[in-house]
Design a protein around this ligand. Structure first.
Ligand code: HEM
Length: 268
């Protein structure tokens, strides 16, 4: 794949040309404040050399004719981040204890904790929003043919992300530990058990044994808040690396053009 030339620095970060005599007269305070941002960026960059990486990630050429459907991947990512942040706050009050602790801790979050019901609601409804967004994003990629060469691996990682997102929904459903959560999970685990070859092993793994017991809840909690989110964060990182490296695919209705004409520079 031909390497694209480095995109120009955004105007705000370009150093201003020096005026004659500058440096000898006192600096205008307004200008000094305006340039403070540049100084901070310079200071950081001198020590970390991070700016080429940030420019590689953010200042990319995008194909002509892209539309709102191309924002669905970022919307899914935002839903994931929102779930992660609200989940951290819920975990501060949640107790994975089957002797009434789990159920009571959710009641406590809803009734007593400051903004608890709001954060719990965001997490609960956010789960459905994320599922809807991920399917819409996948549909966009499929109908625009964006899964084809050279983006096959981006697609395959997407499929794994889809499975993990649904596994998050499944493992999260048990956590309130009310009647609905309990019986829905029994049904779900039994359905898993009917799968060919690995089915029985999978249901034993999920139950943490042959019977649904106290450790089942701890297992679901650990999978829900440590195992899957960690995997997803790593896979989303790789997904985005590939999206950045390969560039966004052009809409299928655009006629093939010479590379120089098919792209336009987006300057921020
Ligand atoms: C947590 C889930 C996911 C996140 C956060 C995510 C994020 C993104 C983002 C930000 C983009 C670039 C912008 C865009 O095209 O919308 C993208 C592109 C892409 N995604 Fe996803 N994605 C996810 C799931 C999936 C799934 C389930 C699939 C397919 C099975 C998929 C396949 C792709 C492909 C092939 C591209 C490249 C599209 C192109 O170049 O036009 N992604 N993804």
């Amino acid at each position: 794949m031909p390497r694209l030339p480095a995109p120009p620095l955004p105007r705000a970060l370009r150093p201003k040309p020096r005026r004659p005599g500058e440096g000898t007269v006192p600096i205008d305070p307004v200008e000094a404040v305006a340039e403070a941002g540049i100084t901070v960026v310079d200071w950081l960059d001198e020590r970390t050399s991070l700016s080429p990486g940030v420019r590689w990630l953010l200042f990319r050429k995008v194909p002509r004719g892209i539309n709102w459907a191309y924002t669905l991947g970022s919307a899914t990512m935002f839903a994931f981040l929102s779930q992660a942040v609200t989940g951290v706050f819920l975990a501060m009050y949640y107790e994975p204890n089957v002797q009434g602790g789990a159920y009571e801790s959710i009641r406590n979050i809803n009734d007593n904790v400051f903004l608890g019901q709001f954060v719990h609601g965001m997490h609960k409804w956010g789960a459905s929003v994320m599922i809807i967004l991920i399917y819409l994003h996948m549909a966009r990629v499929f109908f625009f043919g964006a899964y084809k060469y050279p983006r096959e691996i981006t697609w395959i990682i997407g499929v794994v992300l889809l499975i993990l997102t649904m596994a998050m929904g499944f493992t999260g459903y048990l956590l309130p530990f009310d009647q609905r959560a309990y019986w829905a999970t029994i049904v779900g685990v039994n359905i898993n058990g009917t799968g060919p070859f690995i089915g029985p092993y999978l249901s034993d793994f999920l139950r943490a044994g042959p019977e649904f017991g106290a450790t089942t809840l701890s297992r679901f909690y650990a999978i829900h808040m440590l195992l899957i989110p960690g995997l997803m964060a790593a896979l989303i990182g790789f997904h985005l690396y590939l999206v950045t490296k390969l560039g966004i695919s052009a809409p299928p209705w655009l006629k093939a053009e010479e590379p120089e004409e098919a792209v336009q520079v987006v300057e921020v």
